[in-house]
Design a binder for this molecule. Structure first.
Ligand SMILES: [Zn+2]
Length: 240
């Protein structure tokens, strides 16, 4: 009977590759594509080696698939018609030329900075890796209001999905933390979780409304109060 569940779902392809272990100096000429997106001076790095030893391509593809399924459930996108038209998600482990970026997602391409794959006990390593990928995979699938949605909300929703998946890292904002709903990331995610508590499915509905555009009025339309009033209520609840 399981066949019927998967019957209507066209298979999405997931690809993962480790581009942070190759020793370019050993190659006569690195691939041009690689030179365009990565530091030509980087060689095999600890993160790239840890990825190969402890994470790996097959595991990464499973995480991408699990994360996609979780996002569809969270957004209640049970059919393809509800979703963005994405047939392939690629993950590339790379030595990005930035020390302040863990991962980047552009359309269906995720770049994961090998510098942030640090050795540790296997639970922390896997949970950290999975948590970042749940955030990035959310970017692949979430609506962005035809590019009109503000960055704080895009990042807040991605961290909200990560929160709901149970991947809350220790450095995150606690409930009630922050000075504005526009801070993004975990501050906004905690606030969205509060809003979701006022009305179940709020974030699902908010994302659905963002398919074609964006307005702060979406908060009023869904919860009956402007976003700044909701924020004040939220802060008051935590006495902060
Ligand atoms: Zn993000």
């Amino acid at each position: 009977m399981l066949f019927y569940i998967f019957d209507t779902t066209r298979a999405i392809e997931y690809k993962a590759s480790n581009n942070a272990t190759a020793f370019w100096p050993l190659l006569r000429s690195p691939p041009r594509r690689v030179l365009n997106t990565r530091s030509p001076t980087t060689v095999g790095t600890p993160g790239g080696t840890i990825f190969d030893d402890k994470l790996g391509v097959d595991y990464s593809k499973r995480v991408l698939a699990d994360a996609s399924a979780f996002v569809w459930t969270t957004f209640q996108q049970s059919s393809e018609a509800d979703r963005k038209n994405v047939q392939l998600i690629t993950l590339s482990i790379e030595n990005l030329n930035r020390d302040d970026v863990v991962a980047l997602t552009s359309n269906n391409m995720i770049q994961y900075n090998a510098k942030f794959i640090a050795d540790g006990n296997v639970d922390d390593l896997n949970r950290g890796f999975e948590g970042v990928l749940y955030h990035e995979v959310t970017h692949v699938w979430q609506w962005n209001g035809n590019n009109a949605a503000p960055g704080w909300l895009i990042e807040g929703i991605a961290d909200f999905v990560r929160l709901k998946a149970g991947y809350v890292p220790s450095h995150w904002a606690k409930p009630g933390d922050g000075n504005s709903w526009t801070e993004g990331y975990s501050v906004t995610a905690r606030f969205l979780d509060y809003c979701n508590g006022l009305k179940g499915g709020f974030v699902t509905q908010l994302n659905a409304k963002m398919r074609d555009g964006y307005s702060d009025d979406f908060f009023v339309e869904l919860l009956g109060k402007p976003v700044d009033q909701l924020w004040n209520d939220y802060k008051a609840q935590y006495g902060s």
